[in-house]
Design a protein around this ligand. Sequence first.
Ligand code: FAD
Length: 407
Amino acid sequence: MADTTLIIGAGQTAAEAVATLREVGYPGRIVLVGAEPHLPYARTPLSGEVLAGAVIPEDCAVHDAAFYRDRDVTLELGRQVLAVDRAARTVRLDDGRQLAWDQLLIATGAHARRLAVPGADLVGVSPLRTLDEALLLRDQLATARRVVVVGGGWIGLQATATAHAAGCDVTLVEAAEHLLARVAAPEVACVVRVFHATRGVHIICDSSVSGFEGAAGRLTAVLTHDDRRLPADVAIVAIGATPNGELAAAAGLEVADGVLVDASGRTNDPHIFAAGDCTRFFSPPLGRTVRLESWRNARRQARVVARAMAGDADARFDEIPFVHSDQGDLHIDVIGAPVRWNQVMMRGSPWIPDCTALMLEAGVVVGAATFNRPQDNAPAEALIRAHATPDPRALLDREVPLASLVP
Ligand SMILES: Cc1cc2nc3c(=O)[nH]c(=O)nc-3n(C[C@H](O)[C@H](O)[C@H](O)COP(=O)(O)OP(=O)(O)OC[C@H]3O[C@@H](n4cnc5c(N)ncnc54)[C@H](O)[C@@H]3O)c2cc1C
């Protein structure tokens, strides 16, 4: 068993890995190096409670400082790993120190994509990935009247709901033809669009931002390629994330839009593992590789990988992808990550909304989205895992429990 486990990145994945390593009795040293100055924190509240000013930063911490102290974890926070030397089994930090490791966990997550357009550096324009960015936006939203959200993915929609609830006049600009274009069927996106539009959010799809206009260094308007000028005090840029794989690639590990790992999280170097948003892995239930940006994935994959690092040869990750999203009083869970479907069946009312959308390909359930219906999550997951082909009439009938359709 290894003497020192060094974890690069101090996010949700790292926090879960540390907890699991000690839970399963890993006796070696654990060193956690994180570029941000904070204890590992959950990003899920950033677009909701943090933006709204409803929680303080400490509330986002996955564990408090005592948790790491009690588990004898050496924290190196506010320190970036600049290079990994696989032959010498060391990492080089940005303060010049070299730290030794016997096994390494890469948990470097992802970073927000930036908009490379004029005015992107104006005060009032910010991405939303880190706690510090969320706190900055929280302060700006407190006095903002008009907010433009750039990007209609999960994070953009969550921020939209928060800014709208705070009394701001919110316009969302999405480059694709419909919201959630990278992650959901148009029918699913339609439920979300109706939810926000009927509450007064202006939604513009098929339009992209060409620049930000300002006065005295502050944002005054967002400009689009189709010649709109949207007056704004704050612009939240939420156009997706890119996995942090450069360090791994520079060390000669296999990286292809994510660090490539097997079911136990092992890279092509048997002493180096990776987990969370920075990884791409083969998903047995989907039959293809996936890269996920999901809180549940970060937690569960980290636990499996930590068990493997502690010597459990049976630790394998084969979960169905799952993402949750809170947008005001709308709670959405998306199960599965289908790339193809030819039918979407809606159980219940999309207008309230209180419904479950099931995506089918040639009659086989390949994905689902539940809207304020978490009780449908487990049966939907079971249907996907079983490659079920339920009777379409029963699928549409809310009187027929979804669980009864699982073969
Ligand atoms: C605003 C927001 C809201 C979200 N809401 C949801 C949601 O509602 N539901 C959901 O399922 N998911 C949500 N997510 C996604 C979820 O938060 C991520 O899947 C999760 O944070 C991934 O955790 P991670 O530890 O793998 O990566 P990260 O959280 O990105 O953490 C990685 C850490 O590694 C550090 N790092 C990177 N490189 C280095 C280096 N070289 N040296 C040292 N440190 C390094 C980074 O600074 C970072 O702190 C949200 C994400 C954001 C940004």
